[in-house]
Design a protein around this ligand. Structure first.
Ligand SMILES: [Zn+2]
Length: 222
C-alpha cells in the first residue's frame, strides 16, 4: 500500500477527497491518509462536525487531484477542544487520534481534558496532535509546553504520538524541534512511536530524532 502523507488541512487537501474512496478504480493506487481532520472537513462541507468518514471520502468538492487515488484508510485527528466528538468514528481502515492543537491549549478545560482521557482508554486511539507552535505569541509558549507534558503522561510506546512543530521565523523549526525532542525524551519511552507530521526540518534533526526515538516517522507537506 502506498502512503499519502498529507499536511495540515485544509491546505491542498480537500481536492484530494474528490472521487476517492467510494468508487474504487483499479488503475489507481491505494492511499492511506495518515493525517486528516474529519471534524474540520465535515464543518466545511456539511456545516456540522458529525459527517461519516465515508461521506467525507466520497465528497465532491469541485476540483480534481493531479493523481487520483483510492483512499483505503487513514487517521483522523481530533485536536480542537471546542469540537471534540463524544464518540470516535468507527470505519474500517480508519483510526483516530485525540489531543490538543498547540494553538488551542487555552481551550483545554478540565471537562475537555477528561474527554481526551476517556477516549484514550481505548488502546487503539493515538495521542495527538500535541507539540509547540511558535507562530503564536510568546506568552502562550509555556502553556503549550505544559500541555504537551500533561498529555505525554498518557503516552505508551504502542500508542503513536502525533507531533506538531512550527516556528514563526525558522522554516526548519530547529529550536522548536530541539525543545520538543527534549520534552519527549523526558516524558516518553525510547520505544515510543512518533509521527512528526508536516515535518520541515533538516537532516541533522532527522538524525537527532531517530537516535532518540527509532520508531519516529516523518510526514512531509508539499
Ligand atoms: Zn493537522
Amino acid at each position: 500500500m502506498s502512503e499519502v502523507i498529507r499536511s495540515e488541512w485544509p491546505r491542498n487537501s480537500v481536492c484530494y477527497e474528490e472521487e476517492t474512496g467510494a468508487v474504487e478504480e483499479p488503475n489507481r493506487l491505494d492511499a492511506f491518509d495518515s493525517h486528516f481532520h474529519a471534524d474540520r472537513l465535515s464543518r466545511a462541507l456539511k456545516g456540522h462536525t458529525r459527517a461519516a468518514i465515508t461521506d467525507l471520502v466520497s465528497a465532491n468538492v469541485g476540483c480534481s487531484p493531479r493523481n487520483p487515488v483510492n483512499v483505503v484508510g487513514g487517521v483522523t485527528i481530533y485536536c480542537d477542544p471546542e469540537s471534540y466528538p463524544v464518540s470516535l468514528p468507527c470505519q474500517r481502515g480508519f483510526g483516530a487520534a485525540i489531543g490538543v492543537h498547540p494553538k488551542k491549549c487555552h481551550l483545554l478545560t478540565t471537562a475537555k481534558f477528561q474527554m481526551v482521557l476517556d477516549h484514550l482508554k481505548s488502546w487503539d486511539v493515538a495521542l495527538g496532535k500535541t507539540g509547540l507552535d511558535r507562530t503564536e505569541p510568546e506568552s502562550t509558549w509555556k502553556l503549550q509546553e505544559d500541555t504537551m507534558v500533561r498529555l505525554l503522561n498518557f503516552s505508551m510506546p504502542v500508542r503513536p504520538v502525533i507531533l506538531h512543530m512550527r516556528d514563526g521565523v525558522d522554516e526548519h523549526a530547529g529550536e522548536v524541534s530541539a525543545k520538543c525532542l527534549q520534552i519527549l525524551k523526558a516524558n516518553a519511552a525510547p520505544t515510543q512511536k512518533i509521527h512528526l507530521h508536516s515535518f520541515g526540518g533538516t537532516v541533522e534533526q532527522v538524525v537527532g530524532w531517530l537516535d532518540a526515538f527509532p520508531n519516529c516517522y516523518f510526514g512531509f507537506s508539499e
